[in-house]
Design a protein around this ligand. Structure first.
Ligand code: URA
Length: 235
């Protein structure tokens, strides 16, 4: 499988969602939207100008890019293995996540951990992030402007990690990440692609906590991910 992230495709996607510049430390000027990195996952030499998750985290800590920043206790950046083969994208932090600064630590997070364990992985093997890094009030769905302001950070996280597979959790993650407008009940389980990375949408664990009858569909999605993942968790 070609695990390289295509810069061209990512750049095209970024332009499509309205992002025309992302900051890459060490580069001068404001080039057109392009994604750093480009080497295959696990593969030894990051290209010049590629950034680490810590670079991105540092910059995000100062972010005042949308109104959500005024309500946050802390940024919920993301957690897990910086060389993960599998990366999950959720919607946005809830109250518990906002307090602890880590995504998916409440009841939904426990359910996600169980799904990860079903395919023989641990939370530490994968990477988990959200569309928005600051908690939306009352746990509402992020507004499009908020998601748009935060998406470049997520794209940079994806570039820094270069996962082999992305899994979106719920309709919000699917639709903001892929620029789609789809019902999750129709979209789940059908492979997509983002910049050369296979993407599998599945249900959000919070939805499954309320709709247990749907969980076998998630199990099938995780089986599908497992079949497609190659090699040991850390590459
Ligand atoms: N739901 C999400 O989408 N993300 C979290 O981090 C927690 C709950």
């Amino acid at each position: 499988m070609n695990r390289a992230v295509s810069r061209r495709m990512l750049a095209a996607w970024l332009r499509e969602v309205g992002v025309d510049y992302i900051h890459v430390p060490g580069r001068r000027g404001a080039p057109p939207a392009s994604a750093p990195g480009g080497a295959a996952h696990g593969r030894p030499t990051p290209s010049v100008g590629s950034e680490t998750l810590e670079d991105i985290r540092e910059e995000l800590a100062r972010c005042r890019g949308c109104p959500l920043c005024s309500g946050r206790s802390t940024i919920v950046f993301g957690v897990g293995n910086p060389r993960a083969r599998l990366m999950f994208v959720g919607e946005g932090p809830g109250a518990e996540e906002d307090r602890r600064g880590e995504p998916f630590v409440g009841a939904a997070g426990k359910r996600l951990d169980q799904w990860i364990a079903r395919i023989g992985l641990r939370r530490e093997d994968v990477y988990i992030a959200n569309i928005v890094k600051c908690r939306p009030p009352e746990n509402r769905v992020p507004f499009p402007d908020e998601a748009k302001a935060c998406l470049p950070y997520l794209m940079r996280q994806i570039q820094a990690i270069r996962p082999e597979i992305l899994c979106t959790l719920g309709a919000t993650a699917l639709n903001f990440l892929l620029g789609a407008e789809e019902r999750i009940t129709r979209a789940r389980g059908r492979w997509r692609e983002l910049g050369g990375i296979p993407v599998l949408p599945t249900y959000h664990p919070a939805f499954i906590l309320r709709n247990a009858a749907r969980e076998p569909e998630v199990f099938a999605d995780f089986e599908s991910i497992s079949r497609r993942l190659s090699g040991p968790p850390n590459g």
